[in-house]
Design a protein around this ligand. Sequence first.
Ligand code: NAD
Ligand code: UD1
Length: 338
Amino acid sequence: MHVLVCGGAGYIGSHTCVALAERGHRVVIADNFSNSAPPVLERLARLTGQAPDARRVDVRNAAALAALFAGHRFDAVIHFAALKAVGESCERPLDYFDNNISGTITLLQAMRAADVRRLVFSSSATVYGEPQSVPIDEDAPLSSTNPYGRTKLVMEQLIGDVCTADPGFQAISLRYFNPVGAHPSGLIGEAPNGVPNNLMPYICQVAAGKRERLQIYGGDWPTVDGTGVRDYIHVMDLAQAHVHALEKLDGVRGHLPLNLGAGRGISVLELLRAFETASGREIPYRIVDRRVGDVAEVYADPSRAERLLGWRTQLDVDAMCRDAWRWQSMNPDGYAET
Ligand code: NAD
Ligand code: UD1
């Protein structure tokens, strides 16, 4: 298929572009590089044997999108382009509403104008807010606890409304749980700006000696060892899920939300120990107060995605840690030095 990948230069998008190329799909990347770096394109070329067709395009720019759609006959769009930092979204909510919601509206309008009616959308487990029980299935109540989460909820609703209004529009929203890891080559991975907010990149930087120690947010949660439990999923598994979703879109009626997770919870201490084994480095840590807005346990019931996509996770926590550490070791400053 001929696919427009918005946000394809980012962490999950870049891995997905490799998986798409390996399956023989033709990809055009549209990215404004607000949270990615053009050197990733050279890495993609090394991995796929072909320079990617990438354009510096902001999805809020209707004219630029119209030109892109006019020049290609896309079969589908995969939409990764969004701002994603929870803390920042609380400080700059309007930037998040504008980038994420306005960007999605502009993209949907451009798709309609070009008669492209198949979409795979990057959603998040954040749409479940504070879950009432685990594992979480797709029928669990939806809510939001911060502006970032609200943008994901609204974007899903917009897509659902477009599908209702136009029965020919086919969309899958993939609700990712906790994506971690990197391509096993060590050529592409997650390159956070500044201090990482999320656990795995923070552990990587402690192991690399860039940060002194991990702060574990709470040791008194009602969990297996008192630390927070999450559903980590290898980004390579996530990338494969996008390929499956794209190829199944044709059989979808309306808007289909699907959880992407491994379906089992891992505690902060369990992840830390697995990382120590994978890296051979000790990770100093200190248990501190709980982080505002955190919850004890979040993990998916991924059975609907498994059934409807014919996909399931293949890579375990050891592979997640090994690949994250390889990426960190080979690229101590992310893409900065290429
Ligand atoms: P990322 O920041 O690495 O990738 C997003 C890409 O979109 C970046 O390359 C950025 O430059 C681009 N972008 C942002 N706004 C844009 C705009 N207006 N126009 C064009 N390009 C734009 O993030 P990621 O981790 O790869 O996440 C991809 C998607 O998955 C996002 O929608 C994110 O909200 C969602 N998601 C991520 C996680 C996670 O933990 N990484 C979890 C759940 C959902
Ligand atoms: C993050 C996002 C959330 C998104 C989810 C899945 C934030 C604040 N939240 O939350 O919107 O839906 O990923 O993509 O970014 N931890 C520490 N020390 C740290 C960092 C994290 O102990 O320095 C703990 C947390 O308390 C949590 C676990 O590690 O128990 C995972 O944290 P994180 O990687 O931030 O993911 P989520 O909390 O799931």
